[in-house]
Design a protein around this ligand. Structure first.
Ligand SMILES: *Cc1c(COP(=O)(O)O)cnc(C)c1O
Length: 456
């Protein structure tokens, strides 16, 4: 048997990408205030900023786009998607939203109140921001291994059940529900085991708390369970997915991830009472409950995308891509979160730039260096994203300084990954010449998206 795991698709439509010179990239980055979010996408060669909504749809999805029912209320496309989601999740009540953060905002507004506290393995940045905006504390309780980039563990996304139980005992009255993010995006795209999902659900149930999953990457998580957790090697992905959902009382999803579409999200719940509260908020901000901020054609594409995202040959190739780049980095002596996650590779910037002080934001600096060296755009997951400037002018720093290279689904081929491996190795060679930044302008929430920086 040949060992190479090939892309399980062929290309039907192509989109050119453009190389720039280093001199051009220096100018472009400075014009972007040293913030890669402010670059024009056409000035990026390989865009690994995010896997969110950036993937390629299949010819079947494009075909279904024409079948979209654009009726305001009761569209056929809604019922088709509802059927698919009910089948996958086993939950009865579903509404679409325009993307994941809208699902979060609507759900939290409907069922939480100021002073609440919500535990999670790691809150994604929009999840945290939406909770904090409502005056709710977002607590990250991932297991210790999940915070150690070099430690190998099959399920680094697991939540620390002891700390969860202590929280339930101490502050139970303040907890509206427990959350769990599969896979754990902020913690390195690391999976959560079925055993952990089951035990966490059991614990929440014991204390009478609902269990809400953030299921942006439920299919990738299911594939990790199949490959790594005993007892699942011969279980079909969909069966694993259905078991994962069977423990939860509800879920929020950004369909821009494992939904295999460019826009969309949803909320799914078991409780009719909660869904009534959700619908009231949804109508005010997203739209009527049968379209929730999306077009009928988006609902059609999602109905197919959710099923395509669970195909095993696709998932095998998907997880292998990240692992493959990891092998290139290992060979170049660049440290990263191990083992590689589902949708991305997270470079540990502190080991590439060991001498750079935290105030110069090492992961942000490395991100800029990858663009300057090879036109690659990644994203900082470190102290610009998760640190805060306090009223007294001092800063808090994040526990890790990572650069995430996130891979759009079904888009880049093996040679793109080979090229990236070479660029990263080159940057590592030149580490001493990489410059840090200071933030010159920032907003109160999610500052990384819009902040302006200058070289230190
Ligand atoms: C992307 C993401 C979200 C937010 O979804 P958007 O569609 O970007 O609004 C929430 N949680 C996790 C884990 C995510 O990866």
């Amino acid at each position: 048997m040949p060992k190479t795991l090939i892309e399980p698709f062929r290309i039907k439509s192509v989109e050119p990408i453009r190389m720039t010179t280093r001199a051009e990239r220096i100018e472009l980055l400075e014009a972007a205030k040293l913030n890669v979010f402010k670059l024009r996408a056409e000035d990026v060669l390989i865009d690994w900023l995010t896997d969110s909504g950036t993937g390629a749809m299949s010819s079947r999805q494009w075909g279904a786009i024409m079948e979209g029912d654009e009726s305001y209320a009761g569209a056929r496309s809604f019922y088709r998607l509802e059927g698919v989601i009910q089948n996958i999740t086993g939950m009865r009540f579903f509404v679409p939203t325009h993307q994941g953060r809208a699902a979060e905002k609507v759900l939290f507004t409907a069922v939480c109140k100021k002073g609440d506290v919500v535990p999670n393995n790691s809150h994604f940045d929009t999840t945290r921001a939406n909770l904090e905006y409502l005056g709710i504390e977002a607590l990250d309780l991932v297991i210790g291994e999940g915070l150690q980039p070099a430690t190998i563990h099959p399920f680094k996304g697991n939540i620390d059940l002891q700390r969860v139980e202590a929280l339930l005992k101490d502050r139970g009255a303040q907890i509206p529900f427990g959350m769990l993010t599969v896979t754990n995006n902020s913690g390195g795209g690391q999976p959560v085991s079925m055993a952990n999902i089951r035990a966490y659900a059991g614990l929440l149930k014991k204390y009478g708390k609902p269990f809400i999953m953030d299921v942006c990457r439920f299919s990738e998580n299911a594939m990790f369970i199949k490959m790594r957790e005993s007892g699942y090697a011969n279980t079909p992905i969909k069966t694993i997915v259905q078991e994962m959902f069977s423990y939860a009382d509800g879920a929020t999803m950004s369909a821009k991830k494992d939904g295999m579409v460019n826009i969309g999200g949803f909320i799914v719940l078991r409780s009719e009472e909660w869904m009534d509260a959700v619908r009231n908020v949804l109508i005010m901000t997203e739209g009527f409950p049968t379209y929730g901020g999306l077009a009928g054609r988006d609902l059609e594409a999602l109905a197919i995308g959710l099923e395509e995202g669970m195909q095993e040959d696709y998932l095998r190739y998907r997880l292998r891509t990240a692992e493959y780049l990891g092998e290139r980095l290992e060979a170049a002596g660049v440290d990263f979160v191990k083992p590689t996650g589902g949708h991305a590779v997270y470079i540990d910037a502190r080991t590439v730039l060991p001498n750079m002080p935290m105030q110069h934001y090492p992961a942000w600096a490395l991100c800029n260096a990858l663009y300057l060296e090879g036109g690659i755009r990644g994203v900082e997951i470190g102290s610009v994203m998760f640190g805060k400037r306090l009223p007294n002018g001092t800063e808090t720093y994040h526990s890790m300084e990572l650069v995430r290279l996130a891979f759009p689904r079904r888009m880049y081929t093996q040679s793109h990954f080979d090229y990236a491996g070479e660029v990263i190795a080159e940057v590592k060679e030149k580490a001493d010449s990489i410059r840090g930044v200071k933030i010159t302008k920032q907003s109160q929430f999610l500052r990384h998206f819009t902040c302006e920086c200058a070289w230190v």
